[in-house]
Write a new protein. Structure first.
Length: 255
């Protein structure tokens, strides 16, 4: 068994593990260390950025890569989220549409500041298509832009007729309806035994909460999509948001 592993690392062949059913079983059982070593040897430069594109790379493999990089004094970088992590959401037959490696995605976003807008906003648009709310909220929390590619993510939600999701994408404050205690910060004044709670997103002052700017502007394309889909509540919402009324919208309304 170890001989096969050594041959694999020496040849760096991507075909060896799939040459036969037996070899597939052997290499399916490889450790995160072996997979990390293979990926490290195969991509000496931009190691992590390339490694995350492979199906064999998961969070355990990334941790193993980090140890190997640290031993060599190398710093890993991962500027993009790989498409594969969200590509199959809601589309692969026989696969749970909610089966997404959320810890892996969150780790890349948090530790390596991977862009949530990778591939022209594909991760968010794909999450919206599958109506995967935890993934949508995670991406938005890390700065995903719903306005990319003419509001691709928003128009997808409009086509689904999901008014709440449209508001979630456009309005930063709309994702919280039931506000959990975990979103409160307890402040203790110096020299005092009294405590005061305030919202994480508040500035500490009293009165009304400051209105936050929309994540993206309402566009004529969004409005046209809503009209064609006969989502009149969304039409009214986008119109109130200032979406320009294009001639195509008038033609669609008259049908």
């Amino acid at each position: 068994m170890q001989l096969l592993y050594d041959i694999h690392l020496t040849s760096l062949s991507s075909a060896l593990p799939v040459l036969s059913r037996y070899l597939r079983q052997v290499f399916t059982a490889t450790s995160p260390y072996h997979r990390a070593r293979y990926l490290y040897l195969r991509h000496d430069r931009k190691t992590l950025a390339h490694a995350v594109k492979y199906g064999i790379c998961n969070l355990d493999v990334v941790h193993a890569l980090e140890k190997q990089a640290s031993a060599r004094g190398k710093k890993l970088k991962c500027p993009q989220l790989p498409r594969r992590l969200v590509k199959g959401v809601g589309r692969i037959a026989g696969k749970d549409p909610t089966e997404v490696d959320m810890p892996f995605i969150a780790y890349l976003l948090d530790r390596y500041s991977a862009s949530p807008n990778s591939h022209d906003g594909y991760p968010l648009a794909r999450a919206v298509f599958a109506r995967h709310l935890p993934l949508i909220r995670l991406l938005l929390a890390h700065g995903a832009d719903p306005g990319l590619k003419d509001g691709w993510a928003v128009t997808t939600a409009i086509s689904h007729g999901d008014f709440d999701l449209v508001k979630l994408l456009m309005e930063p404050g709309s994702e919280r309806t039931d506000e959990p205690l975990s979103d409160d910060v307890v402040l203790v004044a110096k020299g005092s035994r009294t405590a005061q709670k305030r919202r994480r997103d508040s500035d500490g002052g009293g009165g009304k909460r400051r209105k936050m700017e929309d994540r993206c502007a309402a566009t004529s394309i969004m409005l046209e999509t809503a009209v064609k889909s006969k989502q009149w509540a969304i039409v009214d919402y986008l119109t109130a948001k200032g979406a320009p009324f294009a001639p195509q919208c008038s033609m669609a309304c008259s049908r």
